[in-house]
Write a protein that binds this ligand. Sequence first.
Ligand code: PGA
Length: 249
Amino acid sequence: MARKKIIAGNWKMNMTPSEAVSLVETLKPLVVNDEVDVVFCVPAIDIIPAMEAAKGTNINIGAENMYFEEKGAYTGEISPLMLKDAGVQYVIIGHSERREYFAETDETVNKKVLKAFEHGLTPIICCGESLTQREQGITLDWIRQQIKIAFLNVTADQAKTAVIAYEPIWAIGTGKVATTEQAEEVCAAIRVCIGEIYDQATADAIRIQYGGSVSASSAPELFAQPNIDGGLVGGASLKPDFGKIVNYK
Ligand code: PGA
């Protein structure tokens, strides 16, 4: 069975709750496409108003992060129970900005992934190499290690439903999109790695996105690759251009 594309916006730390509502209103008519799962991952405080604004549409409101405990003395964190209760399905885990500025590691990513699955949430698990790593020729080794740790103790049935976002760090927010060949090469290697950890059926089922300066002009070629099942989109998800990305064909 063909994998359904999944195109997710990552709003990052943008949009106040009232701005979030107007952005959802603006994008609503532009992102209609039944062939694609459309997700807006928004700041925690925007989840409820955005969800309200997206009611009755094909837009799924997702989260940008969560903690790996259900509740307790973890000031400032968001729990999987809170996301679940708010009606969230998708949650980004281990974005490179969280790794760089908030000390997330492959190990905390794994804990969060396990916790997300425990509560029936679908993680969008981020991986990606730095420019130095790419220049050193260690991209594939690095990504394989990130994937192996992220999926430790995750069952095949869970892994089949997961989403992986391959986001080369040097392509994020820089306007420097990876070439189609570079993006497809790594996404294909990720699928092989999942096949090694689990089996071919799991590798065939898991959805792998590309992220990093995706735009209306680069999306069609990227999303046409056999191993690229959609995108994780930052900057362009805040603009009407996101409608063109969702309707990339
Ligand atoms: P960008 O961000 O599209 O602005 O490069 C992508 C991301 O960080 O998910």
